[in-house]
Design a protein around this ligand. Structure first.
Ligand SMILES: [Fe+2]
Ligand SMILES: [Fe+2]
Length: 134
């Protein structure tokens, strides 16, 4: 599974949000790399650490984006905020299940996170940028 490469199609024309998305993609790529390169017994703790960074960064970013949507009176604010919450819950559950030994961080999970990130930015976040430009 290839890493995510940022390109201009990800831009929502908001410099801070774009910068945060880039950083988020970077964290994802690090997580991906970390999983590919890891062959030690520390696997579980590394998996959890990277998932925790993913969750922490997501929350910082979500908070910023939600404040922005609120400020510009974005009409789909409630729906968008719920999507953020769903992501947060999903990552929390992955993290908990890995820590409890119920599952391991595998390609399938990474793929799900990757698809979520890309779809969310390209479909949902993009709409915020379009609304702001109107
Ligand atoms: Fe969003
Ligand atoms: Fe976003």
């Amino acid at each position: 599974m290839p890493r995510i490469e940022w390109d201009e199609s990800f831009s929502i024309d908001h410099p801070t949000i774009d910068k945060q998305h880039r950083k988020w993609i970077e964290i994802f790529n690090k997580m991906h790399e970390c999983m590919l390169n890891n062959d030690s017994g520390e696997y579980k703790s590394i998996a959890c650490d990277t998932l925790v960074s993913m969750q922490e960064y997501a929350n910082t970013h979500f908070k910023f984006e939600e404040e922005y949507m609120y400020r510009i009176n974005y009409p789909d604010f409630i729906k968008h905020r719920r999507l953020h919450k769903d992501f947060d819950t999903k990552i929390y559950e992955y993290n908990r299940d890995i820590r409890d030994g119920k599952m391991v961080l595998n390609t399938e999970i990474l793929k799900a996170i990757k698809n979520w990130l890309i779809n969310h930015i390209l479909k949902e976040d993009k709409k915020i940028g379009q609304f702001a430009a109107e």
